[in-house]
Design a protein around this ligand. Structure first.
Ligand code: ADP
Ligand code: MG
Length: 614
């Protein structure tokens, strides 16, 4: 058989099926064909580099290892040329005419698993070389092997069932793919358009990529370099480029792992938490690469939700370029990556918290909310995350924080629970009535200022088998203190509580008792509804949820040593009308402290009345 005569071949049946889908799909991101062809070119260059190590006789050995992309807007063509390993005639048939290779095979497999003519699958799989037919009227592959005695060939097809191979004189080593673009794909013959695509998908390919003789990829795949040789400025430059960021990174973690998967990762924490600034919810945006070629810029399950503030790159050579969330096998790979990276990042934070306290605290002030979210929702990592939480407390200075572990180390022998109070800020919590009983007993109380805190604390539930308990919860029972002289007697308390109950009415007040946690305040309210704390109710109100508008019903605790209560006891028989006004006002005061007063207008009228009589 003479190789000089034109040779026509039928594609394998599977390839025909594949081409039919590729050509007729309405898949919108046709641009991925560039990624596929450039990564094939890069693979071919890599293979040549290996061959150069083992072989001495290499055709065209002086050629630079680079990829040249050229566009011709008039002729409506795009050409992708590499000086890589090239293909012999047999290899052209084997590689481009049969379905022996990875990506396309997986694509077909998933189709037969029920994907039908799902055009989305193309995007996920890339379908390698054949993706060129999404945009091509015809594809010509000029190739010449590195082997000295092999002649060059041109493989050509319009994708309609057959291809031709002819010998071709004067080819250089490697492969040149010329695509005649379809009418509606003319954009891919535009320099600016192709530049944009190359920058997106192929920015870190290690071989130079030139577009119309201009170098496109100038930034290195920093994550694959030895971290001892990388300067801070290089990291920063990389971060800005890769994450499209304008700030400097706050923290970075550069690591590699070999098992269970080969991973090279470079992760950054940005300076600012934009969610906190009120911008929209962040999207997971650590990009997934396979040997420097972008697989997915926003792979959804690569990291847990609460790590959505991270930027950077994860590269694993164990991944197929055409990874898909549709197949079990690939999902398992992503899960493995997720596990390794999350574990490593948590370890990194632990180290920061231990050895770089100030840096960690600054990080926490900005991004702590994500750790709280994780502690509350991510059961797998909860224990580690809880250790990373920080709070101000009644024993810290303003602006200084404590960990739960440190809190526990300060707990006295009798203290069984960890107490916390939720409030808008330190001053509000310190001036409210709830803290004083704890202070009087030397019990530390954590201060929580964020609206999610109550939810977080409720979900975390306990730490080192100590229950987390809201200090304003009606369940809190404090030890007895020696009672100071001069309080109301038992009998007087009984009188007064009964009168208060009748006066304030069952609808608003459930239980009234003399309090063991009040020192300086006359009265405090706790929610009578165990399921809905005052704070929870406020949150629901803010979110306009059902149930938030139901009438508030509270338990009241009164301070029998407080002058107001002592006076009230006298007043309730001497001047019942005025006493009623005082009782109402005390209830409202307690509701204000609990954040439960919905409407203050009645209070203003009452206060005016009380002032009149003063
Ligand atoms: P994959 O890259 O997943 O193997 P492709 O469909 O992209 O699948 O490519 C099929 C095969 O064709 C490759 O495995 C390779 O052997 C060969 N090939 C494609 N492009 C080139 C090239 N530029 N140089 C040499 N061989 C190539
Ligand atoms: Mg490929």
């Amino acid at each position: 058989m003479s190789t000089a005569t034109p040779q026509k071949f039928e594609f394998q049946a599977e390839i025909k099926q594949l081409l039919d889908i590729v050509i007729h799909s309405l898949y919108t991101e046709k641009e991925i064909f560039i990624r596929e062809l450039v990564s094939n070119a890069s693979d071919a260059l890599e293979k040549l580099r290996h061959t150069q190590i083992t072989e001495t006789e290499i055709f065209d050995d002086k050629l630079d290892l680079e990829v040249n992309v050229t566009t011709d807007d008039k002729a409506k063509t795009i050409t992708i040329q590499d000086f890589g390993i090239g293909m012999t005639r047999a290899e052209l048939i084997e590689n481009l005419g049969t379905i022996a290779h990875s990506g396309s095979k997986a694509f077909l497999k998933s189709l037969s698993e029920g994907g039908a003519k799902n055009s989305n699958l193309i995007g996920q799989f890339g379908v390698g070389f054949y993706s060129a037919f999404m945009v091509a009227d015809s594809v010509k592959v000029y190739s010449r092997s590195w082997k000295k005695d092999e002649p060059g060939h041109v493989w050509s097809s319009d994708g309609s069932g057959s291809y031709e191979i002819n010998e071709s004189e004067g080819e250089r080593r490697g492969t040149k793919i010329v695509i005649e673009l379809k009418e509606d794909a003319g954009d891919f013959a535009q320099d600016w358009k192709v530049k944009e695509i190359l920058e997106r998908y192929s920015a870190f390919v290690s071989f130079p990529i030139n577009l119309n003789a201009k170098r496109v990829n100038t930034i290195q795949a920093l994550w694959l370099r030895n971290k001892n040789e990388i300067k801070d400025e290089e990291y920063t430059e990389f971060y800005k480029f890769q994450a499209h960021a304008y700030d400097d990174p706050r923290l970075r973690l550069h690591f590699s792992a070999d098992a269970p998967l080969a991973i090279n990762a470079l992760l950054f924490v940005p300076k600012e938490n934009t969610e906190k600034l009120g911008f929209s919810r962040l999207e997971q945006s650590v990009s997934l690469y396979c040997r420097k070629v972008l697989i997915d810029a926003k792979p959804k399950d690569l990291l847990p939700e609460w790590l959505r503030f991270l930027k950077g790159v994860v590269d694993s050579e164990d991944l197929p370029l055409n990874i898909s969330r549709e197949t079990m096998q690939d999902r398992a790979l992503i899960e493995k990556l997720n596990k390794v990276i999350t574990k490593r990042f948590l370890k990194f934070l632990e180290e920061q918290a231990k050895n770089h306290i100030e840096t960690y605290n600054e990080f926490y002030a900005e991004f702590g909310i994500f750790l709280k979210e994780g502690a509350a929702m991510d059961f797998t990592h909860k224990d580690q995350l809880v250790k990373l939480l920080r709070f101000e407390s009644s024993l810290t200075e303003k602006g200084k924080t404590t960990s739960l572990a440190d809190y526990v180390s300060r707990m006295g022998g009798e203290q069984k629970e960890i107490y916390y109070l939720v409030g808008p800020n330190r001053a509000a919590i310190e001036s409210g009535p709830y803290l004083e009983g704890f202070k009087a007993r030397n019990l530390e109380v954590l201060f929580c200022y964020e609206s999610v805190d109550e939810y977080v604390m409720t979900n975390v539930r306990e730490f080192e088998s100590k229950k987390l308990l809201a200090a304003d919860h009606s369940d809190v029972k404090l030890s007895d203190l020696p009672q100071p002289e001069g309080g109301l007697s038992k009998g007087e308390i009984k009188d007064l509580t009964k009168w208060l109950k009748d006066t304030l009415g069952k609808d608003r007040v459930d239980e009234i008792s003399a309090s063991d946690r009040l020192v300086d305040s006359p009265v405090l309210a706790t929610s009578a509804d165990k399921m809905m704390s005052p704070h929870m109710r406020r949150m629901m109100k803010a979110m306009k949820q059902d149930g938030a508008d139901s009438a508030v019903k509270v338990n009241l605790e009164i301070n029998p040593r407080h002058a107001v209560l002592k006076n009230l006891h006298t007043l309730h028989t001497a001047n019942p009308d005025k006493a009623k006004l005082v009782a109402e006002q005390l209830l409202d005061n307690a509701l204000i402290s609990a954040g439960l007063l919905d409407d203050a207008s009645a209070m203003v009228a009452r206060l005016n009345k009380l002032l009149e009589s003063a």
